[in-house]
Design a protein around this ligand. Structure first.
Ligand SMILES: NC(=O)c1ccc[n+]([C@@H]2O[C@H](COP(=O)([O-])OP(=O)(O)OC[C@H]3O[C@@H](n4cnc5c(N)ncnc54)[C@H](OP(=O)(O)O)[C@@H]3O)[C@@H](O)[C@H]2O)c1
Length: 223
């Protein structure tokens, strides 16, 4: 089995890549400025904000069974200060690229599974303040997942994972008061880990379900 992990150099992508490798899945690791630190068969690079680079990246990929979309950017800004460039940057990398990566990936699949990482920010207004562009992009991934699940079944299953706050490079700018608030409102009194996201990816690779959103939360958000 061959998987493409988009964002395999990131905190979550690294653990997902390692988990796939440990389960005998060969991984093609996408990255941008950094490099994958988990074992990969091939490294591909693309700036996801450029659709042309996404299409070029697929030239050296012959076949795929799985696609895991783990790349993303997050910026938190007051709504009054959010510029068009900042809006476009987040929407391009998080949402537009997810679609165009999937559009290319399905050409390489006979049957397959596609998993994208959304966020609780796409599900709940509680976590969505100060980053409306991020929330919109993550809610967009949920809509994209459901629409594509309907269109691509029965051969291709499309699901997404919506994790709660995880301590990674992406969230390093989160103020400690916000982290304390998340922790206080979480019944399990712990944050989610990249390992748990990787476990959810493996679950979705094992089961036959489509169009679903797996919310990973210690109970702060309940659906
Ligand atoms: N951390 C959280 O609390 C959390 C919670 C819910 C959902 N998520 C989602 O999980 C995903 C991974 O998050 P993370 O915490 O692992 O973040 P991270 O460690 O910052 O990794 C981000 C990844 O995205 C890639 N990337 C960023 N901009 C790119 C661009 N323009 N072109 C191509 N690749 C680009 C990075 O590539 P390079 O490093 O090679 O440049 C890296 O592989 C994101 O979609 C995020 O929204 C995270």
């Amino acid at each position: 089995m061959i998987a493409l992990v988009v964002g395999s150099s990131g905190a979550i992508g690294t653990v997902v890549t390692k988990k796939l490798f440990d389960n005998n899945v060969e991984v093609i690791g996408h990255c941008f400025k950094n490099s994958p630190t988990s074992p990969v068969r091939l490294v591909v690079r693309a700036n996801l904000s450029k659709v042309k680079e996404i299409r070029n990246m697929f030239r050296c990929i012959d076949h795929l069974d799985f696609l895991v979309n783990c790349a993303g950017v997050l910026e938190s800004l007051e709504v009054e200060n959010l510029t068009e460039e900042e809006w476009d940057c987040v929407l391009d990398v998080n949402l537009k690229a997810t679609f165009f990566v999937i559009q290319e990936a399905i050409k390489k699949m006979t049957t397959g599974k596609i998993i994208s990482i959304s966020s609780v920010a796409g599900l709940s207004t509680e976590t969505a303040s100060r980053h409306p562009h991020y929330a919109a992009s993550k809610m967009g991934i949920i809509g994209l997942t459901r629409s594509l699940a309907r269109e691509l079944g029965p051969k291709i299953q499309v699901n997404c994972i919506a994790p709660d706050f995880i301590e990674t490079n992406l969230t390093k700018g989160t103020p400690s008061e916000t982290k304390d608030k998340v922790f206080d409102r979480t019944p399990l009194k712990r944050f989610i880990t990249p390992e748990e996201v990787a476990e959810a990816v493996m679950f979705l690779l094992r089961v036959n379900i489509t169009g679903q959103v797996i919310c990973l939360s210690g109970g702060r958000l309940m659906y």
